[in-house]
Ligand binder design. Structure first.
Ligand SMILES: [Zn+2]
Length: 455
């Protein structure tokens, strides 16, 4: 069936804005993009077209969120005011002690509801469970679900690897064209050098994409450069020997030969010029999560510099436990403003470049740019509609500038992934939102600080 989506504006990203535009889709792909009258004339031979008319709105490619943890959605607002180390410890303890597999699924599904409603069509999700992967399958959103593996003790490396292999093998048959698997050796302070080597070899053999949290915090720097700080103390208390390599996180990963698989480096907030050189030489990708970095006081990643030097950088929200919303428009705007503020350059990231960062550049970072990221004939029909009706969006002199400077995820009125309508402006059609909301509220009672311990 051919469907025609029409709106006051179509913003293809690959081409200038089209006034009174239309995007025609068939069998999950984009069949035509252009002024509505032209597209209708070209498709006249196909007979009556089903039309979804959005009126005063802009149709864009779906947003690509280069880093999330869907399974942690239930922690939104639960871990405020903690240091990074205490945040990780509290989160891990609550997740392991108070959440079962069903709770993680619920949490991840609620994250998918939020993403779909905010026009996020693709997610690079990392998780300690398969909940994020299942949420992708159930919601119909596109994404890569990186299965996390932990193990700072080299003695445990083989055991950790076999656990990871078992998880991947159990899930692989459920992979679809839209929902893919990857692996994520969590971070340099939580994964031994040996485990890094084993996981990277495994990923290479199995052709699985890799994501690594890296160069995020001062605590991580202290761990690597001097063997001091909370992460080093934590290992010491567990009797795990640690000899600091006295290099940056990105240099450490390079020395481990882990960059050869072009991993997605999550954060890279502390990357130096030398690190940027390393990651561009290896074509490693970066997930820039500026709001999460700012919230923890981790600083501002040199994302503009990385982009200038040719690195593939996507925008990520990180989990809502540290953000606290999954909203690429909000994230992109924050990224632009902090870049301008810190670099004293009010011309950085003009509106078209910012919209491209939220869409095509994210797709490039995930290696999906041949399928998504722009509205072009032959690409998959991952598109969204953003209403321009809100009082905060009037008047609209330039649709791209209006969208990236003033719209938020809450202005999204349509989310389509590979031709399937996931969110129609009223509700998410693939998940039972009301039931999920009810269950999430009762889970939140169990996760609340007031809840009795050990239940
Ligand atoms: Zn993360």
């Amino acid at each position: 069936m051919t469907i025609l989506y029409t709106a006051q504006w179509v913003l293809p990203v690959a081409a200038p804005p089209i006034r009174d535009g239309a995007v025609a889709t068939r069998d999950g792909q984009i069949l035509a993009v252009g002024p509505e009258t032209d597209v209708r004339a070209r498709l006249a031979r196909l007979g009556t077209l089903e039309t979804v008319a959005l009126g005063r709105a802009a149709i864009c490619p779906g947003f690509v969120n280069a880093h999330t943890h869907l399974e942690l959605t239930a922690f939104r607002g639960r871990l405020e005011g903690l240091s990074f180390f205490d945040w990780i410890r509290t989160l891990t303890r609550l997740r392991d002690e108070r959440m079962d597999a069903e709770d993680l699924d619920l949490s991840a599904q609620w994250g998918a509801v939020e993403a779909a409603r905010a026009g996020v069509t693709t997610l690079a999700d990392t998780g300690a469970s398969a909940a994020g992967f299942r949420a992708l399958l159930q919601s119909g959103l596109r994404g890569i679900a990186y299965q996390e593996v932990f193990g700072p003790d080299p003695m445990q490396a083989k055991k950790s690897l076999s656990g990871l292999k078992r998880r991947i093998e159990a899930l692989r048959r459920s992979e679809t064209e839209l929902a893919r698997l990857g692996v994520s050796p969590h971070a340099v302070y939580s994964v031994s050098a040996l485990l890094f080597r084993l996981v990277i070899e495994y990923a290479e053999r199995q052709d699985l994409p890799v994501a690594i949290h890296c160069a995020e915090s001062q605590a991580e720097d202290d761990f690597l450069r001097s063997g001091q700080g909370p992460f080093a103390d934590f290992l010491r208390r567990r009797g795990i020997a640690w000899t600091p390599p006295r290099v940056s996180a990105i240099r450490y990963l390079s020395d481990l030969n882990a960059l050869r698989v072009k991993p997605l480096l999550i954060h890279a907030a502390r990357a130096t010029e030398e690190d940027i050189g390393l990651l561009t030489v290896h074509d490693a990708r970066v997930a820039h999560c500026p709001k999460s970095n700012a919230k923890f006081g981790h600083g501002i990643a040199p994302a503009s510099r990385m982009r200038q030097r040719g690195a593939r950088v996507g925008l990520g929200t990180d989990s809502v436990a540290s953000n606290n919303v999954c909203d690429l428009l909000d994230e992109g705007r924050f990224a632009q403003l902090v870049s301008r503020a810190t670099q004293g350059d009010g011309h950085l990231l003009p509106a078209p470049a910012l919209l491209q960062w939220m869409t095509l550049d994210g797709a490039c970072a995930l290696g999906l740019d041949n399928r998504i990221g722009t509205l072009e004939v032959g690409k998959d029909a991952d598109l969204i509609g953003i209403s321009l009706e809100g009082p905060h969006l009037e008047p609209a002199y330039d649709p791209v500038a209006t969208v990236v400077t003033a719209a938020t995820g809450r202005d999204v009125v349509l989310t389509v992934v590979k031709g399937r309508i996931i969110y129609d402006g009223q509700r998410v059609l693939t998940l039972d939102e009301e039931r999920l909301r009810e269950r999430l509220r009762s889970l939140a009672e169990r996760l609340s600080p007031a809840a009795p311990e050990g239940d």
